[in-house]
Ligand binder design. Sequence first.
Ligand code: SIN
Length: 298
Amino acid sequence: MPDMQPLSAGFGVEVAGVDLARGLSPSTFAELERAFYDHQVLALRAQELTPPQFVAWARRFGPPQPHVIDQFHHPEDPNILILSNVKRDGQPTGLQDAGTYFHTDYSYLQVPARATTLYSRVAPKVGGDTLFANQQAAYDDLPDAMKRRIEPLVAIHHYGNRNDQDEGSRTVASVLTDEQKAKMPVITHRIARPHPVTGRKSLYAVSGSSFGIVGMPDDEARALLDELAAHATQQKYLLRFRYGVGDVVIWDNASLLHSATLIDPSDARTLWRITVLEPSRDAAAPQLLAPTYANGGM
Ligand code: SIN
């Protein structure tokens, strides 16, 4: 059984003694998958992976979904999105910022992300950490009156950052081409969303892609989403992860918000990223409600 040490008092574990390049036995993967749902963030330090090995790791958690920003797909495999501030011959080699605001990956899709995994290739000298915010804890701590208020509410999502839509800003969502924008739907998700596997409720994507609430005037909806986002991103819910070269991180998008942090653009930072989808709704329940999670408090 792999050794696991907490990354913070609240959530996240660092897993030792696993070499992802060698692949994972069914029993080791079962341990890691369980830890993924129990701890929400897993970190495996100093891995040495080829693109196919990194993709094989991600596939254990679900089907990879290439990012809509296709300019920075890895040449060997489009499932890998290159995040990088490094320029070659004046041209970007990757997507410089993949969300320097709290968000949940692919919450702008009807079938959103189950997990995102990053593989650090070049670590900056200063900063470049990823912040995670525990949305299960944030939901649990809400006053009962607020839990009752949001229980029936459904948020309206589309690609973007509700708090910054200035395409010249670094805290805007990564800017899409007109063709990419045309592919982006408007969809809905519950605000108090049960986890698709464990059933445990989280505040879901109250920061980032949520722009309104079904049946609620816009100003009231924005005010409520902003209030929930301020609650959900308090220091007490945060974990800060600092990368070394080779570090692999994977996180549970259903129960977390995350944010990249702004760094000096001349301090090189490169990661590979793969995002895998939740199972489609029709297939989800029978396939994934393992007995250990079946009583997880819908
Ligand atoms: C992401 O939001 O997927 C990337 C996070 C990071 O670059 O720290």
